[in-house]
Design a protein around this ligand. Sequence first.
Ligand code: SF4
Ligand code: SF4
Length: 135
Amino acid sequence: MKMNINKDEIQSYAIEQLERISGEATKNCYQCGNCTGGCPVSYEMDIAPSKIIRMLQIGKIEAVKAANTMWLCVGCLQCHSRCPKSVSVASVLDALRQATFRSGADHIDVKEIPVSFLKNTPQQAIVCGFRKFVS
Ligand code: SF4
Ligand code: SF4
C-alpha cells in the first residue's frame, strides 16, 4: 500500500500528546515484531501491535484511531514483556483510548446495551467494560 509521509503529521500535537500520556517513545521501536507475535488477540485486530507503533512513527495517528486495535487490547502486557526495547504497546493503546475519551467520544452508547445482556453478564465484567469503553 502506497502511503504519503509528511513532517507535519510526524511532529503533530496528537502524536506528542499520545507519547506524553503513554510515557512511551515510539521511536525506540525497531520493528522486530515480538509484540505482535505474543499478542493473544492480534489475529482480530485491524492493525497489529507492531504496526500500530510503525504507523505512529510515520504520523498516521488518524488511521490508528480508526482501527479496532485499541478496543480489542485486553491489557495482558505480553507485548511489553516481549519487547527488547521496553516499549509498552499496551500503554500506547491505553493512551489512544484516553485521547479518544478526552475528545468527547465514547466507544459504546450505554443506552444501547440490551437489558438481556446486562441481566446475564457478571457485574464486574460490566464495570470493567464501562472503564474501558466509556469516558
Ligand atoms: S516488540 Fe518492541 S521493538 Fe519489537 S516491534 Fe514491538 S514495540 Fe517494536
Ligand atoms: S496488552 Fe494488548 S496489545 Fe499487548 S499483547 Fe496484550 S492484548 Fe496484545
